[in-house]
Design a protein around this ligand. Structure first.
Ligand code: S3P
Length: 190
């Protein structure tokens, strides 16, 4: 057989890798590629909420309100984090929930995709799928969100700065950071 050995998701210590960070940082795209590189399944928290609700995130916000979305999001996070190891792209607001934060701490290696707010403001303006930005100035709104959320994202195990460049660079940076994060554990057995 050739190629990299698939990661043994039943191995002791195998954990979900959860990407956190502001909307537009590239969690879904980078997460999907990271999962392929690691041989792990991928899940996008927003997609799972949409499947469970049978409607889009925008429609949930519009017809049920943000609080209902947050409840659904927290339930989905619990289900995914209590399951077998995956690469998980979390919604930008998932870490606001204290239960989700606690689960992330015990069940996942968390990676904050930190990006320049100017870069992500220009990215998110290309699509109109994010209810919290609709009709607002993206840069100002993201800056206000960052003030509240950066202290939460900063609880992540790993911080990776992603630029405006190719997502493959972010994947490589995460793989290197994961290796460095996991090395001390392995070295204790020497
Ligand atoms: C949100 C981020 C979105 C989605 C919802 C709310 C937020 O996910 O969950 O629109 O509060 O930051 P992405 O970060 O995947 O865009």
């Amino acid at each position: 057989m050739s190629g990299p050995a698939p990661r043994d998701s039943s191995a002791p210590g195998a954990r979900t890798i959860a990407l956190v960070g502001l909307m537009g940082a590239g969690k879904s795209t980078v997460g999907r590629r990271l999962a392929a590189r690691l041989g792990l399944p991928f899940a996008d928290g927003d997609d799972v909420v949409e499947e469970a609700a049978g409607m889009s995130v925008s429609d949930i916000f519009a017809s049920l309100g943000e609080a209902a979305f947050r409840e659904g999001e927290a339930r989905v996070m619990r289900r995914l984090l209590e399951g077998p190891p995956i690469v998980l792209a979390t919604g930008g607001g998932a870490m606001i929930n204290a239960d989700t934060r606690a689960l992330l701490k015990t069940r996942a290696i968390t990676v904050w995709l930190r990006a320049d707010i100017r870069v992500i403001a220009s990215r998110v303006q290309r699509r109109d799928t994010r209810p919290l930005l609709r009709g607002k100035d993206a840069f100002q709104t993201l800056t206000a969100m960052a003030e509240v959320r950066y202290p939460l994202y900063a609880e992540a195990d790993i911080v990776v700065d992603v630029g405006g460049g190719a997502h493959s660079h972010a994947v490589d940076a995460i793989l290197a950071a994961l290796k460095a994060h996991q090395t001390p554990e392995k070295e204790t057995g020497r």
